[in-house]
Ligand binder design. Structure first.
Ligand SMILES: *Cc1c(COP(=O)(O)O)cnc(C)c1O
Length: 533
């Protein structure tokens, strides 16, 4: 196939667009938040459509509707030059642009390393799809598999051949759906083998398979599972209420109570209840971890005894395994020790790995169950479902994940891992932890703030999330707004034990421990002074 290069006008258009984007974002001051005026402008600048013929638009003139009913953009065909002007001057200033700031600490968003952004633009320029493994036609599947093997190695999960079921997803939510779908298939299959039945969930559906297996319910045991876990439970036909909290204590609700898990597994077995256990590594609100040093081997032996599936939701926390192997991070490494014993693992890419949205990973030891759930049956033109688990074999992505066609998300991942390497990633991740600990130390020692969830904890328990509140109740009510109003840093609001709290999550490669630590301390002190003044 002879490539047809873009015309020089197209190429000029693209390079001009990109140069102007760079200029637009460089012109922004140090604020990580758009000004309210820019937000309002972005919405009001959406071009208004001419009303369709016969449409009574008297209601549209009603100003009260302005907030609730944004204008429908026009379809008159603005042309690309005017459209680009509109995007750059009206829309871009109204976006939160978290990737540009070292002090966007809302949610856990990460940023985008320049090499990742470059790779992502290559993917867009080529509109590269990943679907069937066709090594004679495209290198994309080989690059994707190389990126996945590099990730397994970065996270110290053993030889990549231990994880023959591996694929790239749109994020941790999608990976959790894959994990529960595989777990569901496997825990029922284990009971069907005992009954010598060839029924499967994939072929016969959940209801028939449960009936054949004598399974009355499937429970998901976890501690402070991420909200996407409940969503995944609904998607795979188990329901939100299948998720059951096994929290160790009120003080440490993120920790999984292994004694309770054992009781539930044993009790469930007697009642025909099959189980999955989901390990929160780590928990998104507090940043803390469900397990400690020797817990995982114990959980593994429980799961083996009762035929349960272990899924690790390691969206951001599992990157603690890639920190420098020094005493500074000893305690965090204990929190993520043994995760390689899981049956399946969720990892996010667009958070701490600092690749652009939307990228996540799913790993499982059980490639055949992954293929059983996600294969396209009866499609002769697609490659046959994988049977081999040898490391050299590459599964066609469309038979091991949700989408048939999808973006070549692997390229930015491959580029980041190749560019930074193990040591470079360790340093980026260490900077995040050091900044979070500097902020944690400040709020712990401050007379005006309270460090949550437990002021007595060691700083070494901090990964990259810091939870805190203002001691002054009235300031605490508006603390998130007061901080974000400064526009020099952004945090999200949350609740802890029924009270408002601030959640500060460090996830960008851009952070500088000294500089940003100073700025954050100054801003937090300034917020208190401003409140008193
Ligand atoms: C962010 C997060 C998710 C959801 O991830 P998305 O990438 O937004 O789909 C799931 N689990 C945990 C622990 C998370 O932190």
């Amino acid at each position: 196939m002879a490539p047809s290069p873009p015309s020089s006008a197209d190429a000029d258009f693209l390079s001009d667009a990109y140069a102007r984007l760079r200029q637009t974002v460089a012109d922004r001051d140090d604020g990580t938040l758009p000004l309210p005026a820019a937000l309002a402008h972005a919405v009001s600048a959406l071009p208004r459509a001419a009303p369709p013929p016969g449409h009574d638009n008297s209601a549209d003139d009603d100003d009260d509707d302005a907030d609730t009913d944004p204008p429908l953009p026009g379809l008159a065909g603005l042309g690309r030059a005017a459209t680009l002007d509109h995007l750059l001057s009206d829309i871009v200033p109204g976006l939160n642009s978290q990737a540009l700031s070292p002090r966007y600490y809302g949610f856990v968003t990460g940023g985008a390393l320049p090499i990742a952004e470059a790779a992502d633009n290559i993917v867009s320029a080529l509109d590269q799809n990943v679907q069937v493994h066709l090594p004679a036609h495209s290198a994309s599947t080989a690059v994707e598999d190389a990126a996945l093997r590099m990730l397994v190695s970065l996270l110290g999960l053993g030889d990549p051949s231990v994880w023959p079921g591996r694929t790239i997803t749109t994020g941790a939510t999608a990976s959790n759906i894959l994990g529960l779908a595989c777990g569901r298939e496997a825990v029922i299959a284990a009971r069907l083998v005992e009954r010598d039945s060839d029924v499967t969930v994939a072929d016969d559906g959940l209801l028939a398979a449960c009936q054949a297996a004598g399974v009355s319910a499937i429970q998901i045991l976890t501690s402070m599972g991420h909200s996407s876990l409940s969503k995944a439970a609904s998607v795979v036909g188990l329901g939100h209420r299948a998720v059951r909290e096994m929290r160790r204590s009120e003080e440490e609700p993120w920790r999984l109570d292994l004694d309770a898990v054992e009781r539930e597994l044993a009790d469930g077995e007697g009642r025909g209840v099959a189980s999955m256990v989901v390990v929160s590594a780590g928990e998104v609100n507090t940043g803390r971890f469900a397990l400690n040093a020797l817990d995982m081997p114990k959980l593994r032996s429980l799961a083996d005894r009762y035929g349960a599936w272990i899924h690790v939701d390691g969206a951001f926390g599992i990157f603690a395994r890639a920190l420098p192997k020094t005493d500074e991070f000893l305690s965090l490494r204990a929190n993520v020790a043994g995760l390689e014993l899981a049956d399946s693992i969720t990892v996010d890419g667009h958070k701490l790995l600092n690749v652009p949205y939307d990228t996540g990973f799913f790993l499982t030891r059980n490639a055949s169950v992954l293929a059983q759930v996600f294969s396209n049956p009866n499609a002769a033109y697609l490659s046959p479902p994988p049977t081999s688990s040898s490391a050299a074999h590459i599964n066609s992505p469309l038979n091991i994940g949700l989408e048939n066609s999808r973006r070549f998300r692997a390229l930015p991942v491959y580029a980041v891992l190749l560019s930074e390497g193990r040591d470079g990633m360790a340093l980026i991740l260490a900077r995040m932890v050091r900044l979070a600990r500097a902020v944690a130390a400040f709020v712990r020692d401050s007379r005006d703030y309270e460090w949550l969830p437990d002021e007595g904890a060691s700083l070494e328990s901090t990964h990259m999330v810091v939870l805190f509140r203002a001691k002054d109740e009235r300031l605490n009510e508006v603390l998130v707004e007061r901080i974000n109003e400064t526009r020099r840093m952004y945090v999200s609001g949350t609740q802890w034990k029924g009270m408002k709290a601030v959640r500060l999550a460090v996830g960008s490669w851009r952070v500088d421990v000294e500089r940003d630590g100073e700025v954050v301390r100054g801003l937090l002190e300034g917020v208190v002074k401003g409140w008193r003044g």
